[in-house]
Write a protein that binds this ligand. Structure first.
Ligand code: ACO
Ligand code: ZN
Length: 261
């Protein structure tokens, strides 16, 4: 199976098996164009492709830009091949999710870093156009070469911004991976601490589980009600530290987007 990909400036080892077509999966190293996401078997073909490929950003609309960070919205129906390639790359780092070829019911949000050479792919998440369960995100993946820089949390924040615009609380599709859970707990914690129980766009379930994890949701003896116990010093300290450690934030005023109809 494919063990490694070369994409943009990086060579990245895969974590899980991804179902690339047979003739490709016999090659341990695949070359991927970071702009159109076409995958290739040989370095020669790849170099030639790079000279010819005119694409410098994902297809679809750029719906968010803040400094050198952009998010593109790509419709799985309108850009099927791009989205299938995206899912095959995503599957290399996702254990549980099974979507690769049936991309039409999904929208994809692509996170890019811009420089003079173009919009460099850093990660993405997928979202069902209509989610019966109320999921606002199906799969999220940040390229391992760009992980631990706050991009996961940034895209999670973005997914909740869209939920707020839609006026419906959303939640990620389950099960979450270990890193997915870490990232979500960290996001939920910060969001809740910042505006404790003001409108977050998050479901009550995710709010209560975060509060329970932190011992802030307690049952009063003899009463069936829960009470929220807020240690204001602790929440203030947490928010301050979290923002110092990871200053990347979504600026809602920079979104150019309307909900999918
Ligand atoms: N070890 C420990 N903590 C971690 C790790 C890790 N490997 N990765 C993230 N975290 C924590 C960070 O410390 C941070 O918390 P903090 O801000 O409180 O310190 C928080 O999680 C978010 O970190 P980011 O840097 O924003 O996350 P990153 O850009 O690395 O992306 C992601 C996180 C998307 C989960 C990434 O690890 C990934 O792509 N993993 C492979 C695919 C995957 O598992 N996706 C989630 C599946 S679940 C779903 O899709 C619904
Ligand atoms: Zn290309």
């Amino acid at each position: 199976q494919v063990k490694k990909i070369h994409i943009g400036a990086y060579e990245i080892n895969s974590w899980y098996i991804s179902p690339f077509p047979d003739e490709y999966s016999r090659h341990p190293l695949l070359y991927i164009c970071e702009f159109c996401l076409k995958y290739m078997k040989s370095e020669y073909t790849y170099r030639r492709h790079c000279l010819k490929c005119m694409q410098r950003h994902p297809p679809g609309d750029e719906i968010y830009r803040d400094g050198n960070i952009s998010v593109f919205e790509v419709d799985g129906r309108k850009n099927k091949i791009y989205c299938q390639n995206l899912c095959l790359i995503g599957k290399m780092f996702l254990d549980t999710k099974t979507l690769y070829y049936d991309v039409e019911p999904f929208l994809f949000y692509i996170l890019c870093e811009y420089d003079e050479k173009g919009y460099h792919f850093a990660g993405y998440y997928s979202k069902e156009k209509r989610s019966v369960q109320g999921y606002n995100l199906s799969c999220i993946m940040i390229l391992p070469s760009r992980q631990r820089e706050g991009y996961g949390k940034l895209l999670i924040e973005f997914s909740y911004l869209l939920s707020k615009k839609e006026g419906v609380p959303g939640s990620p599709e389950k099960p979450l991976s270990d890193f997915g859970l870490l990232s979500y707990l960290s996001y939920w914690r910060r969001a809740i601490y910042e505006i404790l129980l003001a409108k977050t766009g998050m479901t009550i379930d995710d709010i209560t589980s975060t509060l329970q994890t932190d011992g802030m949701l307690q049952r009063q003896s003899g009463v069936s009600n829960y009470v929220i116990v807020v240690d204001s010093k602790r929440t203030e300290n947490y928010v301050q530290r979290a923002n110092e450690k990871n200053p990347r934030r979504i600026d809602p005023s920079k979104l150019r987007w309307a909900p999918f109809l």
